[in-house]
Structure formats: C-alpha cells, structure tokens
Design a binder for this molecule. Structure first.
Ligand code: ZN
Length: 288
C-alpha cells in the first residue's frame, strides 16, 4: 500500500495513493460506516488491524481528494539522520569513512510535503540537497538485533536532507542547526508499506532543474538499514512514526570543486527519486 497525507482545515489527514487518485480515508470510511485511522500516525499505531482496514477501503473507493499534500507522516517523536553513509560521499566531503554510524537529527518541524515551496533564508547562501531513503518505524524498538530490525519498519519514503553548508561549516560543524531550518526535511511523495519494498538495493537519484546530480543504489550504504536500526535501538527506544534518514550518496554541491559550486537558489526545482517509491519534488524561493 502507498499512504500519504493531505491538508484539510490545516490538519494532516490520511490518504491512500491509488491509480485512480488519492483516497480520502476518513470520508471513505464514513461513507462505508467503518472505523479508520485518520492520520498516518494512527495507521502506524493501528497495527495489522488498521492495515487490513485500509486495504479494504482502497477496494471500490469513491471518495477522492485533490487537496494539497502534507508530509507523508507527522507527529513523530524523532527524526534521525545518518551522515557519511555512502563511501563516495564521505570521500567528496574530505572526511574519513566512518567506523560506526554517524548520527544526528533534524526536528519534526523541518518536515515539508512533496510539491511544497521551501524558503531559503537570506542569512546564508550555501544551500544544498541530499537525496535519501527514509525509513519509518512501525513499532517500539529497543535493543533490536540486525536480523530482526526490518520487522520494526512500517514503510519507506524519499527524503531530501536539505543542508546549509555555510552555517554547517562556519559555526564549527553544527549539523543540527544547519539542517533544521523550517521546511528543510521534505518527505514524500508517498509512504510505501514495508511488505511492498525491499530496501536493500534500490536505485536512488536526485536532479536539480532536470540535471542529474546524484545517482547511486542503497546497496552502496556503508551501514545498511538493519544495522542502523540495531545501532540506534541499542542507545534509545525507537518509537512508531520515527524517521531515519539513511544518508546521501555522492554528488551533493558541497563535494563540487570551489569554482563549480552552484548552491540552491530561488526558482530551483529539486527531485529525489527512489525505485519503488516515486519522486519527491520541491521548489525553492529566496527570502526577501
Ligand atoms: Zn543527509
């Protein structure tokens, strides 16, 4: 199944992505007098029962929506990120290949929807993109073994770990600050449930205004997702809805030679495409 969320009266509401359009889950459930999760977080917390219900609603649905997209999941506890998790990306950053996962975070307030226009604040210039496979946790996980880790995943989406390189470097390597500006964590276009996708070998790419900048495969991850979940859950409890941005491949602007750097600017369009999920796209505007 492919879940998404859309906005109604300012609130994020659960939708299902189908060939016919986006099913408005609460309205479809009301029409059939069935209980149903109203948000992606409720769908995740609802377990197998909610899953079956959504599969039923998808069949013969009549209530569709074309309301603006919301981030595919909202209301989570944590947005975790892994740095330098592709060998060539670590090399382009001039940093050693990590021996353990490099963990940092973005705040849930960074989340943006597919298609949303993201503002580039005027205080900085070096805005960069990072295409990433994002895992969405499906159940509480503490001290999980790598062999069992994927059973804790609800699904997958595309993410863009937007980064402010001049802030990241000028203030002595502050990753959280430079990556947590409002809207700097777009996710989408849908949340593909884990029964539908094997995350171990997916093509991943990004384009800026149609020009390919990154192209790799999740099989190149230094620390694959099961290992990441095992490592993270050894340190703290992962909760349903938590996101894990798994790291970005080579080709970010930060890795380009100084005389070839073209940072993101107003009017740009960035797309992140992952095999089996789809394309997350966003446009940018410059703060006046
Ligand atoms: Zn990243």
């Amino acid at each position: 199944m492919k879940l998404t969320q859309f906005y109604r009266n300012g609130a994020a509401i659960l939708g299902l992505v189908t060939k016919k359009g986006i099913v408005d889950v609460p309205n479809e459930a009301k029409r059939r007098r069935l209980p149903a999760p109203a948000t992606a977080m409720e769908a995740i917390n609802g377990g197998p029962e909610a899953f079956r219900l959504l599969e039923d609603l998808q069949e013969g649905a009549a209530c569709y929506t074309d309301a603006p997209a919301a981030p595919v999941v909202t209301g989570m506890d944590k947005v975790l990120c892994i740095g330098l998790n592709y060998r060539q990306h670590a090399i382009e950053c001039g940093l050693p290949i990590p021996e353990h996962p490099v963990v940092f975070n973005k705040f849930p307030s960074t989340l943006a929807a597919c298609g949303e226009e993201i503002t580039l604040p005027k205080d900085y210039q070096a805005y960069d993109y990072e295409a990433e496979l994002v895992a969405v946790i499906g159940k509480r996980a503490r001290n999980v073994k790598a062999e069992e880790a994927l059973s804790c995943v609800f699904g997958y989406t595309c993410g863009n770990d937007l980064s402010t390189r001049d802030l990241q470097l000028a203030r002595g390597g502050q990753w959280v600050l430079s990556k947590s500006l409002d809207g700097f964590g777009p996710v989408g276009p849908c949340l593909v449930t884990a029964d539908r996708l094997d995350p171990s070998a997916l093509e991943i790419s990004s384009t800026v205004n149609g020009e390919v900048r990154q192209h790799s495969n999740t099989s190149d991850l230094i620390f694959p997702l099961p290992q990441l979940i095992a490592d993270l859950s050894r340190h703290f409890t992962l909760l349903p809805g938590d996101l894990i941005f798994t790291g970005t491949p080579a080709g970010v602007m930060h890795g380009y030679p100084a005389d070839q750097k073209r940072w993101l600017k107003g009017g740009d369009r960035v797309e992140v495409t992952i095999e089996g999920i789809g394309t997350l796209w966003n446009t940018f505007c410059q703060e006046e």
